[in-house]
Design a binder for this molecule. Structure first.
Ligand code: SAM
Length: 326
């Protein structure tokens, strides 16, 4: 627990020291691997699970998310602040965090047990992968954090009904890839946010935008934004579920008209992911695997100008954007 406390302190620091953050994430990975006897060579730790709403990545891929170091840091800092905010409102009641898609170690929440008591923090842990669940139980045992666990369930967070006795103050999920591709973040938020209107959602907002971009290595790199395609918040999650969503990208799609390429340095049409975790805690452009630009097409493939593009977000076992030049 001393080591977990040391790592957590580094990751929650205001000041960014990249080497210290990298080392802390590696140490966190090592301590979780030791706690659970994690064997990355086993086929069952590698297997993903395909669901109607998206891919649930296997324990090994989930474990690797730890070393996406700025992602891990910003999520922890945002969650830390959200818990403190809820405690300020009502210090005599524990804050319940529902964590959908914990992976094998509940990486984004277990470190915070070094900062809060079980009287301040309670967890509802959901994970669809049974092998991750086995590791999660070992993690809890290793750190003696049983008093923090209100509920631990092997369940599909897209279908899950939150029990009346465990109503969360905070909903947390990181089941996404850049541009909300492949994994079920949107469907999970739609299901959970509908059941708990007052809960803080983390990430608070995920915004996907179409943009022209040069190569990342371009000496005068800049982004030319074209259109915000979607915003996933607690409110839009609920609107998706009850069918009142006003964002056309989820239904007939959005048409974006562009008169001309600003200049020839813009070689890609891409999808950008803005990841707003909580308050001022933001995972910045390209600083995490979750915010890397997702190329859609090369601009020299655009057949005519002015150009019109149709963007539509499709729900399927592999959620994705359908993009076509009209
Ligand atoms: C990208 S990993 C993130 C792991 C960890 N939360 C982290 O941030 O480091 C996503 C996790 O969510 C789980 N997951 C995906 N879809 C799920 C679903 N529908 N219900 C419950 N868990 C799900 C996957 O099995 C995987 O463990």
């Amino acid at each position: 627990m001393f080591e977990l406390g040391r790592i957590t302190n580094i990751l929650l620091e205001d000041h960014i020291d990249y080497t210290a953050i990298r080392d802390a994430c590696m140490a966190l990975r090592n301590i979780f691997f030791e706690a659970t006897g994690f064997d990355e060579s086993l086929p069952e730790t590698q297997a993903h699970i395909s669901t109607e709403a998206g891919l649930a990545v296997g324990p090994l891929s989930a474990a690797f998310c730890i070393t996406d170091m700025l992602r891990t840091r910003v999520f922890l800092r945002g969650l830390f602040e959200a818990i403190k905010d809820r405690l300020t409102i009502n210090p005599s009641k524990p804050v319940t965090v529902l964590y959908a898609g914990t992976g094998p170690f509940a990486t984004l929440l277990v470190p915070l047990t070094t900062r809060f008591t079980p009287q301040q923090l309670q967890m509802v842990l959901l994970e669809i992968n049974p092998v991750s669940i086995i590791h999660l139980r070992k993690t809890i045992e290793y750190f003696h954090i049983e008093p923090y666990i209100a509920l631990l369930e092997e369940a599909d967070a897209v279908q899950y009904i939150i029990p009346q006795t465990c109503q969360p103050d905070i909903l947390l999920s990181e089941t996404m890839k850049p541009a909300l591709l492949r994994e079920p973040q949107v469907s999970i938020v739609a299901n959970l946010a509908t059941q708990r209107v007052d809960a803080i959602l983390i990430p608070e907002c995920i915004r996907i935008e179409a943009a022209f971009m040069p190569q990342l290595s371009h000496p005068n790199f800049s982004v030319h934004p074209l259109c915000v395609l979607l915003e996933l918040t607690s409110e839009t999650g609920r609107q998706l579920k009850d069918g009142t969503i006003k964002q056309p990208v989820f239904s007939d799609g959005v048409v974006v008209e562009i008169t001309a390429l600003p200049d020839s340095s813009f070689t890609r049409l891409s999808l950008l992911t803005h990841l707003h975790i909580y308050k001022e805690h933001i995972v910045q452009f390209n600083e995490s695997s979750l915010t890397i630009p997702q190329p859609v097409m090369r601009t020299d493939e655009i057949t005519h100008w002015p150009a019109s593009f149709h963007f539509q977000y499709l729900f399927s076992p592999e959620p994705h954007f359908l993009v076509a030049q009209l």
